[in-house]
Write a protein that binds this ligand. Structure first.
Ligand code: ARG
Length: 465
């Protein structure tokens, strides 16, 4: 039976009923609905609506429902997860069950369930992001002083440590963890007690309810609490950034593992073969991770446009925020797992990378820096080294292979030995000796720093540095 049939003469049209029911997807919220119902029932005792005996019977029924778990199948007679819980409790606890809904509304329940769901999803996403960062740090530690070309405009730019490359991604995912944390802090207030729109009609203790459910306190305004989904919009928008970072990583790894680069070997278990070309090893996991960003952006646009221009307070439109949210949560957690697995299984052709990092004029900036240190204004040094690059290209040699005579033609008067020493790969790497730079000692410190920040995430928020 519907929860609201009293007022109606005719039953609801079947096709519309199928269209409006949310039980097929909101039943996953059952554990939150049960937790919220327990807290509400306990508040009803304090408010004098339920007796001790009635409360015990209701709590018993809710406990049994929780242990049965989320129903696997849909049930067409059930409208939504709120209806499901109310009906099952009423079935088990004759009259008292029918009192459970006293002073509450589905509008506050769904707002509460979704906040609890997003809060748990944030915790899971943060744990997986931490695991992905850990995979980056482990690779960075393993990489030691291995070098790789860094690219700007997808052109070889300067050599960097492979560890530095990994830490670049570690920083992105650390920021994602942080963003989710601030979203978590903002959402952690409890709508229960807001009623349908104007506030509960029985004197429930909202502070107690909120704290029982792990919230920092009750929400401040019943109309806002029952009708805004900004926490869900915020979460899916953060998930877009997570996905964007994953897609950058995926694209980089796809490139680095091509025969043309030949730097990285992807783990077999995240690749597939071709039904036609026996030699193929395709980076399907990474390609799907790259595409994942598109769907995340789609979900975020769907959600933001669904809630746009909704008048106060609850409107059924809000039900449509659920499926994009659920899709985002499920796919984000899976994508993070797969990304971490891919990273952990990566192997590198370090000699080939070292050759690539040492050749092709990527020490030109270091050459200009060498001249500048000896007193040549940088702009002039840049110009002279540019000419030297041109000459080395025409002679098909490296900058450090030019003779004193060649260099002189470019206005470069230097002791050849120290010039060449300054252009050696290790000198070029060591030159970038600033915080955040790729000099090996700086990278070693950066690895320690990320590791410390990662470890501090395991501590309770109040003790975090
Ligand atoms: N399934 C509904 C939703 O997700 C629950 C709230 C229904 N409230 C109502 N007044 N019809 O929004």
């Amino acid at each position: 039976m519907k929860m609201w049939s009293g007022r109606f003469e005719a039953p609801v049209e079947e096709s519309f009923d199928r269209w409006q029911r949310s039980f097929p997807y909101d039943r996953r919220l059952l554990p939150y609905e049960i937790a919220a119902s327990k807290a509400h029932a306990e508040a009803l005792l304090e408010a004098g609506v339920l007796t001790e005996k009635e409360l015990a019977a209701i709590l018993g029924a809710l406990g049994r429902l929780l242990s049965e778990g989320v129903p696997k199948d849909d049930d067409a007679s059930i409208e939504d997860v709120h209806h499901f819980v109310e009906q099952r409790v009423a079935e088990q606890v004759a009259d008292a069950g029918l009192k459970l809904h006293t002073g509450r509304s589905r509008n506050e329940l769904i707002a509460t369930d979704l906040r609890l769901y997003v809060r748990d999803s944030i915790d899971h996403a943060q744990a997986r992001l931490s695991d992905l960062v850990d995979a980056m740090v482990v690779q960075a530690e393993k990489a030691g002083t291995a070098a790789i070309p860094a690219y700007t405009h997808m052109q070889r730019a300067e050599p960097v440590l492979l560890a530095h490359w990994f830490l670049a991604y570690a920083e992105m995912f650390m920021r994602d963890i942080d963003r989710l944390q601030s979203c978590r802090e903002r959402l952690n207030f409890c709508p229960l007690g807001s009623g349908a729109v104007a506030g509960a009609i029985v004197p429930v203790n909202r502070e107690t309810i909120a704290h029982k459910l792990g919230f920092d306190g009750p929400t401040a305004n019943s109309m806002d609490a029952t009708s805004d989904r900004d926490f869900a919009v915020e979460f899916v928008q953060h998930a877009v950034l997570v996905a964007n970072h994953i897609s950058r990583l995926a694209e980089d790894l796809i490139l680095l593992s091509t025969t043309e680069y030949g730097f990285a070997h992807l783990p077999d278990c995240y690749c597939t073969g071709s039904s036609a070309m026996p030699q193929k090893k395709n980076p399907d996991a990474l390609e799907l991770l790259r595409a994942h960003a598109g769907r995340m952006l789609g979900n975020s646009v769907t959600l933001a446009t669904t809630v746009k221009a909704l008048p106060l307070a609850y409107n059924k439109d809000l039900q449509e925020t659920q499926t994009p949210l659920f899709d985002t949560v499920g796919r984000t957690l899976a994508a993070l797992d797969i990304a971490a697995g891919c990273v952990r299984g990566l192997e590198f052709d370090i000699p080939r990378m070292r050759i690539a990092a040492a050749r092709g004029g990527m020490n030109a900036l270091a050459a200009a820096a060498f001249l500048a240190r000896r007193g040549t204004p940088f702009r002039k040094a840049h110009e002279s080294v540019g000419r030297a690059v041109q000459l080395s290209l025409s002679k098909k040699c490296e900058l450090e292979e030019l003779s004193t005579e060649d260099l002189r033609r470019c206005d470069i008067e230097v002791p050849l030995d120290s010039f060449r020493a300054a252009l050696a790969l290790d000198s070029v790497l060591a030159l970038h000796d600033v915080e955040g730079g790729t000099a090996p000692a700086r990278v070693a410190a950066a690895i320690r720093n990320v590791r410390e920040r990662l470890d501090s995430l395991q501590e309770p928020p109040s003790e975090r540095s």
